[in-house]
Design a protein around this ligand. Sequence first.
Ligand code: SF4
Length: 206
Amino acid sequence: DGATISAARIDGLAAQHFPACMAHLHRSLRRDAHLKHYGRLQYTLFLKGIGLSLEEALAFWRAGFHKVTDDTFNKEYRYNVRHAYGDVGGDSNRRGGGYSPFGCQKILTEHPPGAGDAHGCPYRHFDADNLTALVQAMGVADRAVLQGVKEDKDTQKYHMACNRVFEHLHKQEIKKAKDEGIMTSNQLETIVHPNEYFKRSYLLKN
Ligand code: SF4
């Protein structure tokens, strides 16, 4: 139920249900108490997509940016969060409820991250060692899976790598759902959107 997602739950949800791109944004935010503009945008829209309300999103970002003053937060960051939710901006932005969460295709191909950026897709934008470290931090210890991810990356099959990690991290739940015949064909399709990754993970583990 999207309505139950509060700012206080994000740490727990990130550890259990986020794809690599959002797990990395979350870890970067916690490490630096900051994210650069495009990372904030990618992450804000994802959180909106999982059901975080504007009010909770503002609480989440305010607490996350704990090194800045209220004044700085209000001047430099608050507006962009409200804008992403369609709370401010032009008529069409308001009518449309702000921006839609980015899909993998957009994240993989637009605005490649530069130095100090945390956005993008780790399967594409990280080097092999950093990617292995991130995937391990997400809970993957299996050497065959780590090797598979590396090969997917080398052959530019980034979605395959992401789905490989998903399947490994939800192995037991997927087996159970298949055994019980409650796995729909939709749930067997390749994930091509971070919000779909979250939704599927959340449904399988709850
Ligand atoms: Fe995120 Fe998509 Fe990359 Fe997975 S393939 S890490 S969901 S951008």
